[in-house]
Ligand binder design. Structure first.
Ligand code: PGA
Length: 250
């Protein structure tokens, strides 16, 4: 049985005071919930403080992106070793906002996955099709191509470290959520691709759904066979909503 994971991507929200308050509330509300794993992904500026606030808690810390070089003349970039040093254990790779707004490519997703693994971080690899691609019936093709770009270059041991999030781009921050059936269909395809690689890996790997997850829709999504958790944006900024999403998968 795969343990569910609920991850909160705070995006560009929360100054230090707000982050501190949110973490305090999350610790209080989540401390008795043992049925799933938790991950929070604050902006870079709140990571150091968050690591302290999360000490001795069951909530893991992640970063929203990683540059693929470890050090050097790369103004504005943050590397794997720096994220590890500040207390992160996870890092998002290939989030669609990074791809659409900051020009990150599929090739660089692979480099970022490799950089994360090199630093001892677990990559949370985001995949997802645009509305145009879904309407052209290309969801499966697009998502599998995104996955393939990373899978074909990774060893089995490297793939074991991965968490995958299916986030249809048209459902992110739009209030439009994939139906449980639509999400399950793509999750199943992703898991089948892992089966083709290694059955034990496919059984173990966690596939999260992301895109307008809220307390009201979480239960049905998380009940799907191949959905092992949620990557939550907007609703992760309210501790009570994040906790309600976690309760929905109990
Ligand atoms: P959302 O964001 O829940 O606000 O749609 C999800 C994400 O981008 O990870």
């Amino acid at each position: 049985m795969r343990k569910k994971m609920i991850a909160g991507n705070w995006k560009l929200h929360c100054n230090l005071r707000e982050a501190s308050d949110l973490l305090l509330d999350l610790r209080r509300l989540l401390s008795s919930m043992r049925h799933c794993d938790f991950l929070v992904i604050p902006p870079y500026t709140a990571l150091s403080q968050a690591a302290q606030k999360l000490e001795d808690s069951r909530i893991a810390l992640g970063a929203q992106d990683i540059f693929y070089e470890d050090k050097g003349a790369f103004t504005g970039a943050i590397s794997g070793p720096l994220l590890k040093d500040v207390g992160c254990t996870y890092v998002l790779v290939g989030h669609s906002e990074r791809r659409q707004l900051f020009g990150e490519t599929l090739d660089s997703s692979l480099l970022r996955v490799k950089a994360a693994l090199r630093a001892g971080l677990k990559p949370l690899l985001c995949l997802g099709e645009t509305l145009e691609e879904r309407e052209a019936n290309r969801s499966a093709e697009v998502v599998l191509a995104q996955l393939e770009a990373v899978m074909r270059e990774c060893t089995l041991a490297e793939l074991e470290e991965l968490v995958v999030a299916y986030e249809p781009v048209w459902a992110i921050g739009t209030g439009k959520v994939a139906t449980p059936q639509q999400a399950q269909e793509v999750h199943k395809l992703i898991r089948e691709r892992f089966y083709a690689q290694d059955a034990a890996l496919a059984e173990r790997i966690r596939l999260l759904y992301g895109g307008s997850v809220k307390p009201e829709n979480a239960g049905e999504l998380l009940a799907q066979e191949d959905i092992d958790g949620a990557l939550v944006g907007g609703a992760s900024l309210k501790a009570v909503d994040f906790a309600a999403i976690a309760r929905a998968c109990a």
